[in-house]
Write a protein that binds this ligand. Structure first.
Ligand SMILES: [Zn+2]
Length: 324
């Protein structure tokens, strides 16, 4: 009977769950919409995990959960700007009690970083930075061959680094955060402004003719098809992304950036212009130092759930033993 691990990834719109076997292959999946409010979120996490466990082909040893916010080392979700009304929720303790098995909880981007590092585009790197572009920006770090959570579990909150103190207000309560210039909502907003001025006919048609329904993915799809206006918007976003990556390079000197998230689909449309711009974003130093590689994430939308399961499994293995 195989020993299995469940991983859950609660995002702004859905809770995705996977079951991993002993060689980290996904053997089952289940998902549910993300509800509003603490009780409903805990109930959804419980239901998705229990559904996967009930139909699993073996014993489930541990459950790992990734959450979009500040998760402290004791498994408490302190603050989640993109979820409604969730503050100081003891998710690990609650789910351990409800499921009756070990439950670990981490930041969702930390989970995705663990997955990309063990199984995906960051494999083999000793110094790598993962940045995901979706509703907001998520970040994770591998430094000197170890996953970094910071002094309190909150490392990698790159999306809320200020790039313009006079910029628009952010959900975090500050202004001009990086994610307001490089995210799905940011790209959609520039597209709406452009469409209102009579441009972007292709993406606008894909959005049913209503500028209010334009999404970032309408723009990236059109850019992939060669639409000149869409390419211009994507290049503008690539400039902001390269600026943020240059700042991270100055702080961390990584070998590799792994870029993921829904806004970067289809792969290459955004990653290629970012990679082209990174050396010049580093200024004169760009010609005198190794410029980090910029590559697309490999595991897609399941990275967070897979990584949550990997971290739960690592936590359940006694020290000195390794199943990697
Ligand atoms: Zn912010």
């Amino acid at each position: 009977v195989p020993a299995l691990t469940i991983g859950l990834d609660m995002g702004g719109t859905k809770c995705a769950g996977v079951v991993l076997d002993e060689v980290a292959a996904v053997v089952d999946e289940h998902r549910a919409p993300t509800p509003a409010g603490t009780d409903a979120v805990l109930a959804t996490l419980t239901t998705v995990a229990a559904t996967l466990r009930d139909r699993a082909p073996g014993a489930v040893e541990a459950v790992g959960i990734g959450l979009p916010g500040l998760v402290s080392a004791d498994g408490v979700l302190r603050f989640a700007p993109h979820l409604v009304d969730l503050f100081d929720v003891p998710v690990a303790a609650e789910l351990t009690a409800r499921l009756g098995c070990p439950v670990t909880v981490d930041n969702d981007a930390t989970c995705a970083t663990a997955a990309e590092w063990q199984l995906g585009a960051a494999a083999g790197a000793r110094h790598a930075v993962l940045v995901t572009f979706g509703t907001g920006i998520g970040g994770g770090l591998v430094v000197d061959g170890a996953l970094v959570r910071g002094g309190h579990g909150f490392a990698g909150e790159f999306g809320h680094m200020t790039v313009d103190p006079d910029g628009p207000p952010c959900v975090c309560g500050r202004r001009g955060c990086w994610e307001q210039y490089a995210s799905g909502p940011a790209l959609a907003e520039s597209a709406r402004a452009r469409a209102g001025a009579g441009r972007l006919p292709g993406p606008l048609a894909a959005a049913g003719g209503d500028p209010g329904q334009l999404l970032g993915e309408h723009v990236t799809s059109a850019a992939a098809a060669g639409d000149a206006d869409a390419l211009r918007l994507v290049d503008e976003m690539a400039r902001w992304i390269a600026l943020g990556l240059a700042n991270l390079t100055l702080a961390l000197d990584p070998e590799r950036f792994v870029l993921g998230g829904g806004v970067l689909e289809p792969p290459g449309v955004v990653v290629a212009p970012v990679a082209r711009r990174l050396a010049s974003a580093l200024g004169r130093a760009g010609g005198h130092r190794p410029v980090p590689d910029v590559v697309a994430a490999a595991l897609g939308a399941r990275a967070g759930a897979i990584g949550a399961a990997l971290l739960a499994r690592a936590a359940s293995v006694p020290p000195g033993e390794s199943r990697r």
